[in-house]
Write a protein that binds this ligand. Structure first.
Ligand SMILES: Nc1ncnc2c1ncn2[C@@H]1O[C@H](COP(=O)(O)OP(=O)(O)OP(=O)(O)O)[C@@H](O)[C@H]1O
Length: 260
């Protein structure tokens, strides 16, 4: 499997503050990573580098086959799917669900001719069905529930058939039913060999879908542990990451954690 993301000694400094320090991390095409860490750990900053939306202050970040700083990021970005609430706030509330998903295709250069539009429409319908949104395609984005909006964000981000999919807290703010519905869909997607590499940021081990393979724990801009999920997700690593003793439970591929 090709490497889709490689960070070598990557640091980010903002206003003289170190945000990320000397990160080494590699993501292979068949891996599904969860990034866990406390508020302010640098998770979103890391995801922005992976999305080629931000450059490291030092070190080398290679996204797909492009080294940031050398590659044309406008050619790279359409090959990376990115879903976050910050991005969703930019979707017009009076746009239909179908259009929110379909217009993702138009950010890909050279896709304006009519043949492609038919292909795009068919693909949009398939993606909407995959994310259980087909019955909502004519609804206005602003009229959807939080759970439905999260699924639309993800559907839009996979519309361009990305080689790397980045999800920033996809289950945040969802009620129990909506969270479980989303985790089931994400778990199915993560388990498919057709799916791209996935990197998902979350605050909660309860939000790790089945099918995820790997975990990166970050705290204070540094990596606490990185590697296979079952090896990295331990009580001692979580304590080192969140700064308090943790009791961790795993049942049938799903995790839960609380203060010990
Ligand atoms: N432009 C900036 N200037 C100064 N500090 C910044 C800037 N952008 C981010 N930071 C700081 O960098 C740190 C990491 O931010 P980041 O958003 O990456 O963390 P996070 O792990 O995603 O946090 P959260 O879980 O709260 O979303 C925070 O302390 C934040 O205040």
């Amino acid at each position: 499997m090709p490497v889709v993301l490689q960070l070598s000694d990557v640091s980010v400094v903002r206003d003289t503050n170190p945000i990320l320090s000397n990160l080494d991390w590699t993501v292979d095409g068949d891996e599904r990573w969860v990034i866990l860490g406390p508020n302010g750990a640098g998770k979103t900053t890391l995801l922005q580098i992976a999305a080629a939306m931000s450059h490291p202050s030092s070190g080398v970040a290679t996204v797909l086959d492009g080294k940031l700083g050398q590659v044309d990021v406008f050619e790279l970005r359409p090959r990376v799917g990115f879903a976050s609430s910050a991005m969703a706030r930019r979707f017009p509330a009076d746009e239909t669900v179908l259009n929110v998903v379909l217009t993702a295709a138009y950010s890909v250069t050279g896709r304006w001719n009519e043949d492609y539009e038919d292909v795009d429409l068919r693909r949009a319908h398939r993606v909407l069905a995959e994310w259980k949104l087909d019955h909502l395609e004519n609804r206005l984005f602003g009229s959807l529930s939080d759970g439905e909006q999260k699924r639309v964000q993800i559907a839009r981000s996979v519309m361009t058939d990305p080689e790397l999919l980045l999800l920033d807290e996809p289950a945040a703010s969802l009620d129990l039913g909506a969270r479980e519905e989303l985790l089931q869909l994400l778990g199915g997607y993560a388990s498919s060999s057709e799916s791209p590499a996935i990197v998902m940021v979350t605050h909660h081990v309860e939000e790790i879908p089945r099918g995820f393979t790997s975990a990166l724990l970050v705290s204070g801009g540094r990596i606490v542990a990185a590697g296979p999920l079952a090896e990295v997700l331990t009580e001692s690593n979580l304590e080192a990451t969140f700064g308090l003793p943790i009791t961790l439970t795993e049942i049938d591929g799903r995790y839960s954690a609380r203060a010990a």
